[in-house]
Design a protein around this ligand. Sequence first.
Ligand SMILES: *[C@@H]1O[C@H](CO)[C@@H](O)[C@H](O)[C@H]1NC(C)=O
Length: 213
Amino acid sequence: ITVSSWTSTSRWPCGYNAMGFSQGGQFLRAVAQRCPSPPMKTLISIGGQQQGVYGLPRCPGESSVICDWIRKKLNSGAYTDVVQKHLVQAQYWHDPLNDDLYKKHSLFLADINQERVVNETYKKNLQMLDKFVMVKFLQDTVVDPVDTEWFGFLKTGQAKETETLQESVLYKEDRLGLAAMEAAGKLHFLATEGDHLQFTEKWFNENLLPYLR
Ligand SMILES: *[C@@H]1O[C@H](CO)[C@@H](O)[C@H](O)[C@H]1NC(C)=O
């Protein structure tokens, strides 16, 4: 997680821009939703898992029987209180086959994604962003499913087919204000070639730096 720059405006306190790498992407979004002062202006999520993960690094569950078996087994432990509180990855474990368990016991992700209740404060705070930029790595072998980097995920009740953010209930019911943000031109979806967090300085300078100016 890096806080990349402070922008000075005529009024004090100033706002700031934030850039989160990998899990830093979803953790900084929680900061935007929970801590509105000073205001975050631009949030850049680089390979972040905005809808969590259902899989292990380099173990693609949709194409490998053993990987699929492991992730199914993992679920039973992921939502126990002790694991939720002490294992950071469990904070964004999202099992589409056990939607009720996820909604009920995921302390972090289900909370910031408004799965239990719609917290109007979260919704209002997130919409204070000027820009929410999400970067997806097209050959990512670490994050499963990679759609989560653009806020998509697996469709509920199965573990093969994915849906985009725009196809999700979260978006259609606008539980987090993302549909309103997209209508206002605040959502930016970028894709780049390469595995997880693999990008060139040239790509960074051309594509991300302009958001930080
Ligand atoms: C909504 O979020 C705010 C900010 O984190 C928190 O203070 C409040 O208790 C939350 N309300 C509900 C209903 O969860």
